[in-house]
Every structure is written in C-alpha cells, then in structure tokens.
Design a protein around this ligand. Structure first.
Ligand code: PRP
Ligand code: MN
Ligand code: MG
Length: 181
C-alpha cells in the first residue's frame, strides 16, 4: 500500500534497477578505495537512503559523516544560494572524502561543497551521485561516478523530495504536475 503512488506519473528507475546499480557502484568504489580508509560523506537530506545502501555495498574500512545543505527552499529549481544547515562534526584534514549525493542538477550544491571540503583540508574529494541531470547544469561540476543519467524532469523518491515529501517512495519517479499544486 502507498498513499503516494497516485501522485507519480511514471517510474524512471525501479527498485530492482536501483539495487543492481548501487551494488555495481559499491564494487567500483571498493577497487578504488580499498586500503585508503575513505570517509563517506552523506549530503543530507536527499542522500540518506542512497548512503545507507552504498556503504553496505562497499565493504572497505571507512567511516561515515554527514553534512546538511539546502538550496531548493520548497521549489523545483535551485535558488543558487547554498546554506549549511548541519556542519561537519569531524576533522577531515588529510582524508579521502567520498561525497555521496542523490542528484547532481544545477551543480550549485556540489560546486560549493567541493570548495568547502578542500578548504577544510581534504586530501581528495570524489563525487558520487546516484542521479545526474546534465541538462540543467549551471556550474562546471563533473561526477566521478554517477548511477543514472536522467532527462530534465523533476524526480522524487529514494531520498529525493518535493517540499520535503516523497522521500520514502522506494523507486525514482516523476511527479504528476497536479502534485505540485
Ligand atoms: C537537492 C539534492 C541535491 C541538490 C542538487 O537538495 O538533494 O543535494 O539539491 O541540486 P543542485 O545540483 O541544483 O544543487 P536540496 O537542496 O533540495 O536539499 P535536500 O537534500 O534536503 O532535499
Ligand atoms: Mn540534497
Ligand atoms: Mg530537496
């Protein structure tokens, strides 16, 4: 049962496709980071579900950290102003950071974060995003690893919200226009 299925116009990525791709991404990160003690950094809130699945798909010795940033302010396009709403709680000096994002859209969030993490002393910053929407890019940000390239449609589910809702939808879907109203 789901109260939200009726608000979804179409499914873009199914649960099965998500599971298979996240495991493949975990395998790829294992090859790259085994022995390097990376820090998985989840960009909240959107990446919380992807983060939980990705860290279990990549059995390297590592730790997890969280930072919360927000720029969408209940709209469907980025305001361009990125606010840190929960800062890092750990020293990241000299660390190999794997930034875990749910979506790379305008690039404002990741452009800001990469600068911020380097300023805080990160040794390396690797960008991992589940979804990449190149059509709307405003900043020259490139993902080191992306799960799926998607068209220019507003998507929800698997952590992604519209106005804080739909994060618990278990697949990636496109919202019906009526649901924005
Ligand atoms: C969304 C999404 C990414 C960012 C991507 O976060 O989770 O973090 O926007 O968009 P961009 O490339 O245009 O910056 P949002 O600001 O909605 O906060 P949330 O993660 O709490 O939903
Ligand atoms: Mn986000
Ligand atoms: Mg959001």
């Amino acid at each position: 049962n789901s109260e939200m299925n009726q608000d979804i116009l179409k499914v873009l990525v199914t649960e099965e496709e998500l599971q298979a791709r996240v495991q493949a991404m975990g395998d790829e990160l294992y090859e790259k980071f085994a022995g390097k003690n990376p820090l998985f950094l989840s960009v909240l809130k959107g990446s919380f579900i992807f983060m939980a699945d990705l860290v279990r798909a990549c059995q390297v010795k590592s730790d997890v950290e969280f930072i919360a940033v927000s720029s969408y302010e209940n709209a469907t396009s980025s305001s361009g102003r990125v606010k840190i709403t929960r800062d890092l709680q750990e020293d990241i000096t000299g660390r190999h950071i794997i930034v875990v994002e749910d979506i790379l859209d305008s690039g404002n969030t990741l452009a800001f974060l990469v600068n911020y993490l380097k300023a805080r002393g990160a040794e390396s910053v690797t960008i991992v995003t589940l979804l990449d929407k190149p059509a709307r890019r405003e900043k020259a940000v490139h993902a080191d690893l992306a799960g799926f390239t998607i068209p220019d449609e507003f998507v929800v589910g698997y952590g992604l919200d519209f106005a804080q809702r739909y994060r618990n939808v278990p697949y990636i879907g496109v919202l019906r226009p009526e649901a924005y109203a």
